[in-house]
Design a protein around this ligand. Structure first.
Ligand SMILES: *Cc1c(COP(=O)(O)O)cnc(C)c1O
Length: 415
């Protein structure tokens, strides 16, 4: 399939990461058990998979799904719905659920993920953003080594601070993602200053990359997308919110209406795939993380800078690779697309995406549109030429994507 040089690189990388891959198998076993146990505890059965229509009153499948998610995440309650259109919508719903005019949201892990900027908005923007509603917003930048600035976090908490925001994943920035243990440390720090703050975590991309989740170390509320990790590549849409009962309930009032909350909402035939996706998620996250480790090992052998490095601990799916020219970025992203089962005949090109200062190139040959537990890659065309890749439903597919990308680079004389 590939020439000798590429095959040799693959074999070398696989040898280097062998021990790490074994450790990951233990993690997957642990999380697989955790999920199965939650299903068993709630006696999940065939009839739970039946969908509902109309109001969806007494949809037992939906009710049990919430209980299963809550147990898996060690939370008091959860709200798992296909009605969330994206991760951003889910996170927005959680924040609007608990914040009121005059309250402050204080983000302590630096500037949040791009799509949240408009949810936070600006005062008087007329869009119904948090700040438009009179919620105030502040953020504490991370230190230059990517760790939280505890001194400024302590100083930044005021009597109005109602919600502390934490982003677990690196998102698309060159910083480490936070481990659940580090998030626990942040919780202790802020609750020490103000015991009644609500700690919220954007858990996108983090689920099942460790044995614990943020809600098990004192986080009050968290949210994520079903077209990322916990949907297991099967859930076609949706999001989840998990945490303390009272806060999840407030978020449910925001999703539907006060007084209605999570008691209503037809599942429209999505229930079985959401259950099955959760069952598959620990394994698929394991495949994707192995793929990221493999990619890091390959490109490190070739002398490129990677973040995280193959042997670093991982708490999200994202692998950043720093190349040396725009041609590398384009060859890499196009290679990922060429190895896809879906849309491999499409050649991605850099384009001026709304909201971005530089052209961006993206590879996404996915079964679920935008599904980023599936192998995908993107890169803004600018120095320092960083490509971000994530996901992969099978480890073999991740490898094929990386090797095809290498092949492109080789053919273009870039290696
Ligand atoms: C993907 C993601 C989001 C937003 O999710 P969308 O589904 O794209 O709206 C928010 N935060 C992080 C860290 C993410 O990775």
């Amino acid at each position: 399939m590939f020439n000798e040089r590429i095959t040799a690189l693959m074999e070398q990388a696989e040898q280097i990461i062998e021990g790490r891959v074994k450790q990951l198998d233990r993690l997957v076993d642990h999380n697989q058990w955790k999920v199965i146990r939650a299903f068993q505890k709630h006696k999940v059965s065939d009839y739970h998979f039946t969908g509902s229509t109309g109001y969806g009153y007494n949809d037992r499948g939906r009710e049990v799904l919430d209980l299963v998610y809550a147990d898996v995440f060690g939370a008091e309650a959860a709200l798992v719905r296909p009605h969330f259109v994206s991760g951003t919508h889910t996170i927005g719903t959680a924040l609007f659920g608990v914040l009121r005019p005059g309250d402050e949201l204080l983000m302590i892990t630096g500037t949040p993920y791009d799509t949240l900027h408009k949810v936070i908005g600006t005062p008087g923007d007329g869009k119904g953003s948090l700040q438009d509603w009179g919620v105030t917003y502040n953020e504490v930048a991370l230190l230059s080594d990517g760790t939280p600035d505890y001194e400024r976090i302590r100083a930044g908490i005021s009597p109005d601070t109602k919600v502390i925001g934490i982003q677990r994943s690196r998102g698309y920035s060159w910083r480490p993602s936070f481990s659940v243990a580090e998030i626990g440390e942040m919780v202790r720090c802020v609750k020490d200053v103000k015991s009644d703050v609500i700690v919220f975590v954007d858990n996108c991309y983090g689920e099942f990359t460790e044995t614990q989740e943020p809600t098990q170390v004192g986080v009050d509320l968290m949210a994520g997308s079903l077209i990322k990790n916990p949907g297991g590549g099967i859930a076609a849409t949706g999001g989840y919110i998990a945490g303390k009962q009272q806060y999840v309930e407030l978020a449910a009032y925001r999703l539907t209406a006060p007084g209605i909350g999570g008691e209503v909402g037809a599942m429209l035939g999505t229930t079985r795939s959401i259950y099955q996706g959760l069952f598959l998620a620990p394994h698929l996250v394991g495949q994707a993380v192995k793929g990221s480790i493999f990619a890091a090992a390959v490109f490190e052998q070739l002398g490129f800078v990677t973040h995280p490095q193959w042997n670093d601990p991982r708490t999200d799916l994202i692998q950043a690779i720093q190349f040396t020219s725009d041609r590398h970025l384009i060859a890499f992203v196009q290679g990922i697309q060429q190895a896809a089962a879906v849309d491999a005949h499409v050649v991605p090109e850099p384009w001026d995406m709304p909201g971005y200062q530089h052209p961006v190139i993206m590879a996404a040959g996915t079964f679920i549109q935008g599904g980023s537990l599936e192998l995908s890659a993107d890169a803004p065309i600018r120095e320092p030429y960083i490509a971000y890749m994530q996901g992969g439903l099978t480890y073999s597919h991740c490898k094929l994507g990386v090797l095809t990308a290498l092949n492109n680079m080789l053919e273009q004389g870039l290696l």
